[in-house]
Design a protein around this ligand. Structure first.
Ligand code: NAD
Length: 388
């Protein structure tokens, strides 16, 4: 028997909302939308890879709640996470005459959620958004916490998430049924963020067994056991919610707490994922890497950099490599450019601080901390470990 929907509160200075996780979470879109906003117009932003049954469920729910709907599709590529697409959606909202009491609904993965969230943040200086994540990654991470935004193509290349706003959703509906149509590659990609959460869980919510638990549940999640997916999403949302609650706008100066910890592996990942010819299995047809694959490599690189700095022991590095393998994610990558190129890209990542590399590194499984001024030779050790 499927478990009932789990409700996880996110309590922030600027907003309180719930993340509803279950196999029927989308069924409450109608009542949630009707009760959360006064207006009765909505812009529904739909990932164009979703099957009709998922789209139909959202359209029917919003129509039943009496919403006049403008629907628009987004093709979820990083190169479409742009101001141009944002403008297109803003115009759709304006054409439908949405006002400040109305609603944006994001139905898709992290790309749709980030762009639609940014549209909601900027349209008429901010209207409500309901996030309906349809990838594992967006359920456990992107839909929770209010970071919205788009990439910017600069002289230095594509800069991820350079333009955006904090804009918390009114509710998040994580319906694991929608994952039925998600391909295995993207399901595994979501596991990378679950591994990241397990690696910071002790700082975040003093959960000591999360890493081992995650190692155990991954095979069931890959086999698409619905109960396992619900448990996995719920437990990860609790970690994300706790971290965000401690530091809503990533302003904490603490090196052992706060939202910055969520960047574990991500300074590496953001550099690696912008390199267009990398593929997880050396097959050019599978290039570029998807975000979660780059995060997996980033976690391994961060583990080796931590070991090189004598922060982390060898056994922990091996356990991290093992869990990434269990998830079927890459632990090494062919054709990685030379260190100087990667270091240059890493220095441009906005998670780097004022020209010196500031990384989240590991002290043990479950405990991470921010380290300032990490010297290039230690980062090179991390990069050496992920070179195939
Ligand atoms: N805002 C945040 O806090 C935050 C956190 C982590 C990641 N992100 C962002 O999220 C993005 C990655 O999100 P993602 O991994 O969800 O990828 P994505 O949005 O690119 O979706 C992955 C692929 O799956 C398809 N898809 C989505 N749902 C589907 C479904 N149910 N069935 C079939 N196909 C489906 C999409 O069309 C796409 O091809 C990145 O841009 C990243 O920067 C944001």
């Amino acid at each position: 028997m499927t478990k009932p929907t789990i409700s996880i509160p996110v309590q922030l200075p600027s907003a309180h909302y719930n993340v509803l996780v279950g196999a029927t979470a989308l069924d409450v879109l109608s009542e949630q939308a009707a009760s959360l906003v006064k207006g009765r117009r909505a812009l529904l932003v739909i990932d164009d890879q979703l099957p009709d049954r998922t789209i139909g469920a959202a359209v029917t729910a919003l129509s039943h709640a009496g919403f006049a709907l403008a629907t628009t599709h987004l093709h979820a590529l990083e190169t479409n996470k742009t101001l141009a697409e944002t403008q297109r959606l803003l115009i759709a909202a304006a054409d439908e005459q949405l006002d400040r009491t109305d609603l944006v609904v994001a139905l898709g993965g992290g790309i749709v959620g980030d762009v639609a969230g940014f549209v909601a943040a900027s349209y008429k200086r901010g209207i409500a958004v309901i996030q309906c994540p349809t990838t594992l990654l967006s359920m456990v991470d992107a839909s929770v916490g209010g970071k919205t935004g788009v990439n910017l193509n600069t002289r230095a290349g594509l800069m991820k998430n350079l333009v955006g706003a904090f804009h918390q959703p009114s509710v998040v509906l994580a319906d694991v049924r929608t994952l039925d149509s998600l391909d295995d590659r993207h399901l595994r990609a979501g596991l990378a963020e679950c591994i990241k959460h397990a690696l910071i869980a002790e700082n975040a919510i003093e959960e000591r067994d999360m890493f081992q638990w995650t190692q155990g549940i991954i095979p069931r999640a890959i086999a698409r056991d619905q109960e396992a997916l619900i448990e996995l999403v719920a437990r990860n949302v609790r970690v994300k919610a706790a971290v965000v609650a401690s530091d809503e706008r990533e302003e904490a100066s603490s090196t052992v707490g706060g939202r910055a910890l969520l960047n574990l592996g991500h300074t590496f990942a953001h550099a690696i994922e912008t390199i267009p010819n990398l593929s997880p299995d050396d097959n050019p047809e599978n290039a570029p890497l998807v975000h979660g694959e780059a995060v997996a490599l980033g976690l391994i690189a961060a583990a080796y950099t931590s070991r090189e700095l004598n922060m982390l022991d060898e056994n922990a590095v091996q356990l991290i490599t093992d869990i990434v393998n269990t998830a079927g994610l890459p632990t090494t990558i062919a054709n990685l450019p030379d260190d100087a190129t990667i270091l240059h890209l890493m220095a441009h990542d906005k998670k780097a601080h004022a020209g010196s590399l500031r990384l989240v590194l590991l002290e043990s499984i479950g405990v991470a901390r921010v380290v300032e001024n990490v010297e290039d030779e230690f980062i090179a050790a991390g990069l050496a470990a992920i070179r195939a």
